[in-house]
Structures are given as C-alpha cells and as structure tokens.
Design a protein around this ligand. Structure first.
Ligand code: GDP
Ligand code: MG
Length: 306
C-alpha cells in the first residue's frame, strides 16, 4: 500500500457526523483525530460549516464539520431549520450517521433517517458504534434492519472507545472524498480554543437536560480556567438566559437541575480533557441578548466566529 501511495492523488473533503445524543459522536471524532477536541452541539446562529476537527494523513485530509440544527432529533425544528440542515447535509462530501450496536433503532434514529431521505447526492455511511458491548452475531440483524431503512453507501461497525475498526472507517471515508489539496495545515487539529470547547460542552449538557423552550436562549461563557495547586482545574462558567423563568428551569427545584447539568458537564470535561475539574456554574439573565450586539460579541458569537 505504501509503495503506490505517492502515485495516488491526494483527497480532501468535509464530513459531518450525525446521530442521537450519546451514541458516541464526540468519542468517535476524538478517536479518529487522536485528540480530545470534538464537542458536537448546536449553536444559536445558523453557521453553515463549523469546523470541529481535522484528520490529516499522507493520502488525505478529512475535515469534520458541525452542521447546525441536526443534532437534536428530539427537538421539533421549524421547517426552515430542517431545510437549512438538509442543505448542509447536501453540501458536505460524506455524512456519517452513528447509531449504537446494543440498542434497537428508536424514534430518534427514525427522525434522523427521515432527514437523510432529503439528501440528494451525499453518500451516507452508517457507523454502528459500541460494538465492544455486543457479540458479533448480534450485529447481523441490526445491519439488515438498517439496510432496509435507508440505502447506506457503507455500513461500518466500530468501537470508538476501544478504537476497533477505526482504520477501516478512515479508509472507507477516504474512498468517498473527492480529489483535492488539503484545506488546512497538517498540524492543525481544531480551530476551537479550549475555552470555546468547554463552553460548548456545558451548553450541550444544558440542551440535553432542559426543556425545549430554553435551548436557543442559552449562551455559555467560560469566565476562568485556573489550575489549582492540588492539581484540580477550576472552570468557572456562566450560563446566560433571556428570562427569569428560564433561569428557574435551569436551576430547578432546590438547585437540582443545575446540579445535574454541572455533574454531567464535569464528568465529560474530565473524560475529554483527562483532568480533574472543579466546575463552578452560575446562571444569569440577560434579556434579549440575542438581539444585542454587545452581548453577542461578549458571548463569542461575533462576526469572526461566523
Ligand atoms: P455523543 O453525544 O453522540 O457525542 O456521545 P459521546 O461521544 O459523548 O458518548 C456518549 C457515551 O458513550 C460516553 O459515555 C462514551 O464513553 C460512550 N461511548 C462512546 N463510544 C463508545 C464505544 O465504542 N463503546 C462503549 N462501550 N462506549 C462508548
Ligand atoms: Mg457529543
């Protein structure tokens, strides 16, 4: 393989990873690029492609992008949002649809599949993740079932966590990329500073755990990251919402919701960044922040952020 490598044209392209929460999308992208960089979550603005992570090989460069509006299949999106999301699916070179090996496809997956049916030309690769949890023979009925639901270009079982079959997934992916030069320097892994990644992570937990009226009103700002002498990293975060009622939802009865958000976020931050974290969470109300230039800039949604 190595021998003919130089004669093959370089390939590069954009890949988006979709699927229900918790199927392992972030874990997969992290394992593929070999670093903890990916936190997939929607943003309030409708950026076309938000770069998440870059995998550069001698023969190819895969750019993983976030497509807004398609990461919350449980959330009922307006028709325009759905169309925008579908448009971005048409714009990338490959779609990776991730499901879990140990769970029968549920309504969340059906929702994604419905959306996939709106894709016209982009090949969709089905990634059956967490195969470390099931015996091989159990995979066959699932593969059959999924094949009947959608004409996937490929079906690749992997374990993002254990790294099983990821090499095959990369090779398969590269096979579907167009010829072209790399888009980014080869040593670049992500365009997101750590602060943004941490904020995204907390935001993701807020979205997962709260009711539907909150999401678009939430902005998360990491105010401080400080290493403490005891080896614990202090991460001080403010969650901004637009109304007192939303603040009440976020805090919950006796502070229970905020506690759950904080714990889930802390656990994931610790897992993703491999460090002990003390997470301090504050909730503040900024009425109509989405219409306020100053707040938008302050919260990192300025022009330069796309
Ligand atoms: P996302 O919400 O789709 O981004 O999912 P995450 O990447 O955050 O993963 C959700 C959970 O599944 C985490 O606890 C991961 O450790 C776990 N997970 C991800 N991939 C695998 C896998 O291949 N095997 C197992 N057993 N667990 C996994
Ligand atoms: Mg994730």
């Amino acid at each position: 393989m190595k021998l003919v490598q130089d004669e093959r044209p370089f390939k590069s392209g954009f890949v988006t990873v979709i699927g229900r929460p918790n199927v392992g999308k972030s874990t997969l992208v992290n394992s593929l690029v070999g670093r903890k960089v990916a936190i997939m979550s929607p943003k309030p603005q409708t950026t076309r492609h938000r770069l998440r992570a870059v995998l550069t090989r001698p023969e190819a460069q895969i750019v993983f992008v976030d497509t807004p509006g398609i990461h919350r299949p449980q959330h009922r999106l307006g028709e325009i949002m759905v169309e925008a999301a579908l448009q971005t699916l048409n714009d990338v070179d490959v779609v990776l649809f991730v499901i879990e090996a140990d769970k029968a496809p549920g309504p969340g997956d059906e929702d994604v599949i419905d959306r996939l049916k709106g894709i016209k030309t982009t090949p969709v690769i089905l990634v059956i993740n967490k195969v470390d949890r099931v015996a091989r023979p159990k995979l066959l009925p699932l593969i059959d079932e999924m094949r009947r639901k959608y004409p996937f270009a490929e079906i690749v079982p992997v374990s993002a966590l254990k790294g099983d079959n990821l090499e095959r997934l990369v090779e398969t992916l590269v096979g579907y990329l167009p010829e072209g030069p790399p888009y980014f320097p080869e040593d670049m892994v992500s365009d997101q500073p750590e602060r943004v990644l941490l904020a995204e992570l907390v935001r993701e937990k807020v979205l997962h755990l709260t009711a539907q009226e909150v999401p678009h009103s939430v902005a998360v700002v990491v105010e401080e990251i400080a290493e403490r002498p005891n080896g614990v990293t202090l991460v001080r975060v403010t969650v901004y919402v637009e109304r007192e009622s939303q603040k009440a939802i976020l805090i919950g009865q006796g502070g229970l919701m905020l506690k759950r958000i904080g714990q889930a976020a802390r656990e994931e931050i610790e897992g993703q960044l491999g460090m002990k974290v003390f997470l301090e969470l504050w909730v503040k109300v900024r009425p109509k922040w989405r219409q306020n230039e100053r707040y938008l800039r302050e919260f990192g949604y300025g022009q330069s952020n796309g």
